[in-house]
Ligand binder design. Structure first.
Ligand code: PLP
Length: 434
């Protein structure tokens, strides 16, 4: 039982390099965060050794006295985090991550080939909300096993086009509408989505993966007043371990007992033994989420994203929807003659990590016209508004370098030519930015 450093220097060295990368760069990926040492401690604890198929008090294995208590504690803290204790909501904390959580809900509430509507991937939705490629390929299991039709943003405003959703839903008659996104910089009008779902007798599910920390802190609208089911990852703005979670309304909805259906979709439907280390680490993260510092952190996330947005607008950039109300923003680079993929490549070399992202009207997801920038991770590192103004200036420098390098790249202007050109030449301006 010697330390990993002594037993496996190859792996240890790679972990050290990743640690250094995370510490020395500017982490702006909207779905990432830095967990506390406490979360890491529990996640790396002996809880990983235990099998516990079933639910607290009803397991298929012995030896679960403490695991039962840990899972129950996690459930109680999850309900408390969203002010649901004493209300008619329950929670399953076993999903292994966000995608399995969503699929468990579909498995529980829908029959194969039932219809769902989610925000289009190119307009900020997630793959698990039912993506079909423009050429008709069903690349998500959601679109393989269910019939999906996207709803869209109004391209003029960058806001969800609720009226078009209402019209399309009245024709498509989905059994479920999914509210939630991976790249939408605005709050969601769950009340309106509830009204639309009711008009066609559909379930309303919110996937609050990106914003679950902000919702817990009460700085964004809570979906719980309007939805039948709410899913989330636990490792984004919530700052917990990599895991998933499903909240459901107790009692019957549309003649179905959601609690029974969801619990049995998770196990035995889709999973075996829960990841008890992740459940324990989530319980710890949820204790942290109940502290006043957590609310202050989430407030700061919003202030920081807003400061970043204002500076980028002042520097002449177009933002989808004209700004942000949450933790992320989308820069539409098309008027700058550059794309998100090239900017991501150059910024990566300068240790500024963000991701290329489609913006409304884009033709290609491989070379989309935008970048997505998130504030949660650097806010955890203590960055304030003035720091994010500097971050905006660094990004601006990176974009200008990208424009220059693109102009110098020989060949037909393909992304692979650009990457090869960057790899085979020295660019002191990138080194200076780093
Ligand atoms: N739902 C949304 C809105 C997401 O943004 C993501 C991931 O980015 C997921 C679900 C899937 O989560 P996971 O990657 O944990 O499967």
């Amino acid at each position: 039982n010697a330390p990993v450093e002594e037993q496996d220097s190859e792996l240890f060295d790679l972990i050290q390099r990743e640690r250094l990368r995370q510490r020395s760069g500017l982490e702006l990926i909207a779905s990432e965060n830095f967990t506390s040492l406490g979360v890491q401690e529990v996640n790396g604890s002996c809880l990983t050794n235990k099998y516990s198929e079933g639910l607290p008090g009803a397991r298929y294995y012995g030896g679960n006295e403490y695991i039962d208590q840990i899972e129950s504690l996690c459930q109680q803290r999850a309900l408390a985090a969203y002010r649901l204790d004493g209300k008619d909501w329950g929670v399953n904390v076993q999903p292994l991550s966000g995608s399995p959580a969503n699929f468990a809900v579909y498995t529980a509430l829908l029959q194969p080939h039932d219809r769902v509507m989610g925000l289009a991937l190119a307009h900020g939705g997630h793959l698990t909300h039912g993506h079909v490629t423009p050429s008709g390929v069903r690349i998500s299991a959601t679109s393989v096993y269910f019939e999906s039709m996207p709803y869209y943003l109004d391209e003029a405003t960058g806001l969800i086009d609720y009226e078009q959703l209402r019209r399309d839903a009245s024709l498509f008659r989905p059994k479920m509408i999914i509210a939630g996104a991976s790249a939408y910089p605005r709050d969601i009008d769950y009340a309106k989505m509830r009204e639309i779902a009711d008009s066609v007798g559909a379930y309303l599910m919110a996937d609050m993966a990106h914003v679950s920390g902000l919702v817990a802190a009460g700085v964004l609208t809570s979906p719980f007043d309007y939805c039948d089911v709410v899913t989330s990852t636990t490792h984004k703005s919530l700052r917990g371990p990599r895991s998933g979670i499903i909240f459901y309304k107790k009692g019957e909805t549309n003649g179905l007992d959601l609690e029974r259906a969801i619990n049995s979709a998770v196990f035995p439907g889709l999973q075996g033994g829960p990841h008890n280390h992740a459940i324990g680490a989530l319980a710890f993260a949820l204790k942290q989420a109940a502290q006043p510092e957590f609310k202050a952190y989430q407030n700061q996330v919003i202030l920081n994203a807003s400061a970043l947005a204002t500076r980028l607008i002042d520097l002449g950039y177009d933002l989808v929807s004209g700004g942000t109300e949450n933790h992320l923003l989308l820069v539409d680079l098309r008027s700058k003659g550059i794309d998100g993929a090239r900017v991501e490549t150059i910024l990566d070399l300068a240790s500024i990590t963000l991701n290329k992202n489609s913006v409304p009207g884009d033709k290609s997801a491989i070379m989309p016209g935008g970048i997505r920038i998130g504030a949660p991770a650097l806010t955890t590192r203590g960055f304030l508004e003035e720091d994010f103004i500097k971050v905006a200036d660094f990004i601006d420098r990176g974009i200008k370098i990208t424009q220059d390098v693109k102009a110098k790249t020989p060949g037909a202007g393909k992304l692979k030519d650009f990457k090869a050109f960057v790899r085979s030449n020295e660019f002191p301006e990138i080194e200076q930015l780093r």
